[in-house]
Structures are given as structure tokens and as C-alpha cells.
Ligand binder design. Structure first.
Ligand SMILES: Nc1ncnc2c1ncn2[C@@H]1O[C@H](COP(=O)(O)OP(=O)(O)OP(=O)(O)O)[C@@H](O)[C@H]1O
Length: 652
């Protein structure tokens, strides 16, 4: 409870004890609004029964109410008014009004100024900050997030909604230090923005009476960097939240912050924690310990400060329901049909991207720009990579070429090394070699990892998505010279095998598809480099026995190693003539297309058909069980003269 409210109860104790009736109506209102618990209720009723009402009121005023949440005082006044004791509420309000009348004007004006600041400045999201003309209305597109609340030191978690952020948890105390952690682009800043913007709207709406953001008298919304070189929160408010011609002194601000129920939101601890003394003091409770502080950070930046937080939340990727809501809202906001965005969520090649709100927003923006139904996976990742690069350049105040040269190239190498070890982490020994590693992390592909051993702490960095590791690895390989690249390719395995011996519990296998995430990106990235591409394709042709004859009608001839070239061709927009020549010279006498064939295999097949070889390559097409409409299959079926299949299955 706020100091001035405590003071008010104390100064009016005699009046209250003599006048309050602990009626059933009042007690019911107090327990309904959460001011008292069932235990409190029982205790007060016992005192009333065994002693006097006065004694019970005294217990309530001294032992119960002052220990409750800041908004309990106002709820108490409301309960009085609603239980026919309005005159008591008025008496207390008048006392408070007389005491605070001078400050009240300053406070009201400050609150109005902040509200209008948030209303104006936080109304939209700009997913590409360097492109201010691309913006989305926050209220229209915001997807309500779920958070994981850590419930004990063992790491057990419980799902909560954003409405539960400020709710007392285990200890029943209002949490004063809250932490939200999450990976890059997962929506931490957007949560902060929404909280401040909601508060700016004044109305509590349906949240009324819960511990929502509107229960705070003031919300101060900062970026962690706003505290650098600021000696106090009041100084940071003056510099970052108020216009320069707004007249209020730092000591007035300090007085208001001290007296009021304030929520301080600090976004992006990870971006500005070094040498941030005021922020450290705030987290440690060395200053403003009774105020509520909400910090967001990418994971594992607050290691030695974690114990200072009463509530720790994690925000994770979208589930499918949230993805759907995201694209529907986006489409409605842009006033276009949502079907193309919804179908995007089913595209296997980008499934992992869709769970990240930033990536999904970028995908929507790209999809809107792109009138073609499909673009290659490489093109998609390249576009997103470019956006992430531009974002980093803007944030780090560098030109894009510098980001590429000094930050991304080391990152490509890290990805390559990590992939080679089949890991998605970078160890201390690796990153120590890079002088600006901190900045490399800030690009947004790496997050700080917990040490593996508690006895010997080690800092490690984790890549955010496996597919990005593959894409960045391919970027590294694409930058190698030809010999080195071919040498890397030569060491891949190109034969499928499967061993299963049940009695010995041996189950092992290898499918060349395992090479494809990187090879496909590599083909896509080198599309313009015809000679390089042809060299790589020749190697694949040779190693996967593309030119050999396959059994003409085998049900087992599924989409296997010999189809790898097809799947890699799918990543190209155009097959360059040099490569087409090689394929033509080394074409197989027959190609089997099976109902097992993957979409990219079909897509590559189409590309092959488009080369119009003379004489054409004969083809078996086995189309059993094609149940689902697939946009690649339909044109293929039209394009290819179907060999009749004696079981009479009708192609879809
Ligand atoms: N709840 C949401 N509803 C709709 N869009 C969202 C939501 N959360 C995030 N986004 C989209 O994702 C983008 C990135 O989100 P945000 O900046 O909040 O991520 P972040 O976790 O703070 O990332 P970083 O750690 O890189 O700063 C936003 O600009 C917005 O386009």
C-alpha cells in the first residue's frame, strides 16, 4: 500500500474504528474484490464475535489493509461506498485531497502528458524500423501472448496470460521485480509497448478491478539504454519521456514517483546493461524498491541478478493458434483476404519461421509484395536475412557493408563450425577469437546460453533457429573458393541405407535428404554463378548415380538419392544453360516419379520438363495415394504424357 494511504488510515484510525460497520455487505465486497482473503474474513469475524466490532476494525486497519496491494485502498473506498458507508469513504477522500491538493495538480498533468505520449508514440508497430512508412496499428494486429511463469528453482513452469503479470504468485505478495525473457523477435518489446499503450488509453475495460496495468497511477516505459548516464529514474523520465518544454523539476518528479503507485517498464536489458549503474540499482532495489519494475531481456543476460526477481516469465514462439490469429489480424489490417497468409502457415519449408512473430510479420510483408504464389526457400531466407542485417545496421549505427564484413562473416563461420559438430551453440573458445563478438550477438541470430556445468561456468551462445544455422552455413560455404567448396561436398555421403536388426536393437539409417537443407540453400545462393552451380550439380549427378537406369515400375523406388538433383533444382528460379547442357548429356534413360516424391522433387521435375530435352526422357509416373491437392502436382500431370498404369488409379 502507498505511504500516503497508510498515513491516511493512521491519521483517521479513531474515526474509522468508531464509524465503520463491519457489515456482511462490506465484508462481502472486500472479499469479492480480493482486498481480504477467506482467512482474513474468518479472523475478522472471530474477533468481532469474541471481542468487539471496534477491535475487528482495528485489526483490519492495522494488520490487514496496509499489507495488501497498492490498489487495495481504492477498492476499500469503493466497498465502503457500495455498502452504504459512503460518508466514510468521502471523509477519507477529503483528507487525502486536502493533504495532496498541491501535488495533485502536478501529478495529474504529468499523468496526462505521459498518457498522450504513449497514445501517440506507441500506437503502431514498425517491424522494419529503418522503413518508417511500414507500420501496423498495434491494437489491430496485436496477438495476446501466453507467458510461462517459473514456479520453482527446479524450473517447473505454468502457463499464464498477460493479465496475470502483476498477480501475486506463490507468496501472495504483489511482485515488485518481474522479468520477461525471450529470444530475438519473439515479442518482448511488443508486450511492453502494449502495456504502456493500454495504460495510456485510461480505460480499464474488462480488466477493471483486477491487478491490470491500469491499477498503476503511473507507467514509465523505457528502453534500457535510457538509463545510461542518468543518475536517477526522474532524470531519465525528464530526458526520455517528457518534451523538453514540459516544466517539472526533478525533485517534483522524484516526489511523485515516491508517493505514487508506479510501474517502471524497462525493455531490452540485453542491449544496454554494461555500465548501466542506475538500472542495476533499480533491479537490486537499491532505489525505488517498493515500485514495480518489469524488465525484458533476451535469455541469460541477468545471470547473477536472477535471484532479485519475484516473478520470472518466459515468452516463447507462437503456437499454431497464435500463428493463425497473427495472419488473420494482419490480413484484416491490410484489408486483404487472409487465405494466402493462412496457406503460408502450412508450407513445410517455412514452418519453423512462422512461430517467431517477427519472422511471421516479415513473411506476411513479403507475401503481400510477392504476387507469385511460391518463392524459393533461399529467396525467402535471403530476404529475411537482409531485413535482419538492415535492422542490425540501424541499431548498431553501422553501414550494411560493415555489418556484413565484420559481424556476419564471423557468424557464417560459427554456423559452419556449429553445423559440422551438429550443434547449434558457439562455445567460449570460438567467440573469444572475434574481437567484436558482443556486436555479432546483437545482430539477432544468437542468444546467450546457460553454462553446461554449474561447477565450471561457461558462456555459450545458441543459434535461434536450426534452419538459420543451415542458411548461414550455406552462406559460409558459398563464400569459399571452388576447390574448398567441392572438397566439402565431396565429403558428404550420397548413398541411402537402412539397417534394422530387431533382436540386437540395431536401427540405423542415412538418407541423402539429410544433406539437402544446406545443399539446397547453396544451390539457391549460387544460382547466378553458373559455372559454380554446374560444378556442384556435376558432383551430385556423379555421386547420386543420377544417370543410371532405375527399375521401371518398382513400388519401392521412392524419392531417394537419385532424385537429389531434382530437389536441388527446385531451389533455382532458372536453370542456367550451362547446367542444362550437363544434365542433358548425363540424363538417365528413365526417371521414376513416385507418389512418395516430395514437393521439391516434383518441382525439380517440372524444371527438368521445361528444359525440353530432345529426345525426351521417358518417365514412369506412379500416382497412387495422391490424396491431397498439391499445386506442383497438377501442372506436372498435365505436362507429362501419362503412362497408363494398369491398376486403374486415376490421377488426382
Ligand atoms: N504479440 C504480437 N502480436 C503481433 N505482432 C507481434 C507480436 N509480438 C511481436 N510481433 C511482431 O514481431 C516484431 C518483433 O517483436 P519484438 O520487437 O517485440 O521482439 P523482441 O522479442 O523484443 O525482439 P528483440 O529481442 O530482437 O528486441 C514486432 O515488430 C511485430 O511486428
Amino acid at each position: 500500500m502507498e505511504d500516503r494511504h497508510k498515513e491516511c488510515l493512521k491519521s483517521n484510525r479513531d474515526f474509522l474504528c468508531s464509524n465503520i460497520s463491519l457489515s456482511t455487505g462490506l465484508l462481502a465486497k472486500l472479499s469479492e474484490s480480493g482486498v481480504i482473503t477467506d482467512e482474513h474474513l474468518q479472523k475478522l469475524q472471530n474477533i468481532k464475535r469474541n471481542d468487539t466490532t471496534k477491535a475487528a476494525v482495528l485489526e483490519f486497519l492495522t494488520e490487514v489493509l496496509p499489507r495488501r496491494a497498492p490498489e487495495a485502498f481504492n477498492l476499500f473506498l469503493e466497498a465502503l461506498s457500495e455498502s452504504e458507508q459512503e460518508h466514510i469513504a468521502d471523509h477519507l477522500k477529503k483528507w487525502l485531497g486536502d493533504i495532496c491538493s498541491e501535488d495533485a495538480g502536478t501529478f495529474k498533468s504529468l499523468r496526462a502528458e505521459l498518457r498522450s505520449h504513449y497514445e501517440r508514440r506507441l500506437a503502431s508497430i514498425r517491424p522494419m524500423p529503418w522503413q518508417q512508412d511500414i507500420y501496423l496499428n498495434l491494437t489491430d494486429v496485436f496477438v495476446e501472448r501466453q507467458l510461462k511463469l517459473k514456479t520453482n528453482y527446479k524450473g517447473d513452469e505454468r502457463i499464464v496470460t498477460m493479465d496475470d503479470l502483476f498477480t501475486p504468485q506463490q507468496t501472495k505478495e504483489i511482485p515488485r521485480r518481474l522479468l520477461i525473457e525471450g529470444n530475438p523477435g519473439i515479442g518482448k518489446s511488443t508486450i511492453c509497448q502494449t502495456l504502456a499503450h493500454e495504460w495510456g488509453k485510461q480505460s480499464c475495460g474488462r480488466h477493471c478491478r483486477t491487478l491490470c496495468v491500469h491499477s498503476f497511477d503511473l507507467v514509465l516505459y523505457f528502453h534500457a539504454g535510457d538509463f545510461i548516464d542518468e543518475e536517477s529514474v526522474a532524470h531519465a523520465v525528464q530526458k526520455h519521456l517528457l518534451p523538453s518544454d514540459y516544466s517539472i523539476t526533478t525533485s517534483e518528479l522524484q516526489g511523485i514517483i515516491k508517493a505514487k503507485n508506479v510501474l517502471i517498464i524497462v525493455d531490452a536489458f540485453d542491449e544496454a546493461n554494461a555500465g548501466n549503474r542506475t538500472l542495476d540499482r533499480l533491479i537490486e532495489g537499491d532505489i525505488l524498491r517498493h515500485k514495480t519494475l518489469l524488465i525484458t531481456s533476451r535469455p541469460n543476460f541477468l545471470q547473477n541478478k536472477l535471484s532479485l526477481f519475484d516473478s520470472k516469465f518466459k515468452v516463447e514462439g507462437y503456437d499454431i493458434r497464435e500463428q493463425l490469429q497473427h495472419v488473420e489480424r494482419y490480413a484484416a489490417h491490410q484489408n486483404i483476404a487472409s487465405a494466402p497468409f493462412e496457406s503460408m502457415l502450412e508450407e513445410e519449408s517455412i514452418i519453423d519461421l512462422c512461430s517467431n512473430p517477427l519472422n511471421l510479420t516479415l513473411l506476411c510483408l513479403l507475401r503481400e509484395e510477392d504476387t507469385q504464389l511460391r518463392i524459393t526457400r533461399t529467396a525467402l531466407y535471403t530476404s529475411i536475412h537482409r531485413i535482419i542485417k538492415q535492422k542490425a545496421a540501424k541499431r548498431l549505427n553501422l553501414i550494411e557493408a560493415e555489418v556484413e564484413e565484420s559481424l556476419l562473416r564471423p557468424l557464417y563461420r560459427f554456423a559452419f563450425e556449429a553445423h559440422r559438430k551438429n550443434e547449434t551453440v558457439v562455445g567460449e573458445n570460438d567467440f573469444k577469437k572475434v574481437k567484436n563478438f558482443q556486436q555479432v550477438c546483437e545482430v539477432g541470430y544468437l542468444t546467450r546460453e546457460l553454462s553446461i556445468s554449474r561447477l565450471q561456468p561457461e558462456v555459450r551462445f545458441q543459434f535461434t533457429h536450426k534452419t538459420f544455422v543451415e542458411f548461414l552455413t550455406a552462406k559460409h560455404i558459398a563464400e569459399m573458393d571452388r576447390e574448398e567448396r567441392l572438397n566439402w561436398m565431396q565429403h558428404l555421403r550420397y548413398a541411402d541405407y537402412r539397417i534394422r536388426i530387431k533382436e540386437l536393437a540395431i536401427d540405423d539409417g542415412f538418407y541423402v535428404e539429410q544433406n539437402e537443407p544446406i545443399l539446397a540453400f547453396l544451390f539457391g545462393l549460387l544460382e547466378e554463378e553458373s559455372a559454380e552451380l554446374t560444378q556442384m550439380a556435376s558432383l551430385v549427378i556423379k555421386e547420386t548415380h543420377f544417370s543410371s537406369e532405375h527399375h521401371p515400375i518398382s513400388f519401392e523406388s521412392s524419392c531417394n538419392a537419385s532424385h537429389q538433383l531434382l530437389r536441388l533444382l527446385a531451389e533455382l528460379n532458372v536453370v542456367p544453360p550451362e547446367l542444362a547442357d550437363v544434365i542433358c548429356k548425363r540424363r538417365p534413360p528413365l526417371i521414376n516419379i513416385h507418389h512418395y516424391c516430395s514437393d521439391s522433387c516434383m518441382k525439380g521435375m517440372l524444371k527438368l520438363c521445361n528444359l525440353r530435352f530432345q529426345p525426351p526422357i521417358p518417365m514412369n509416373l506412379i500416382v497412387r495415394y495422391v490424396t491431397r491437392f498439391n499445386p506442383f502436382r497438377a501442372p506436372l500431370l498435365i505436362y507429362i504424357r501419362l503412362r497408363e498404369w494398369d491398376e486403374g488409379y486415376i490421377p488426382y
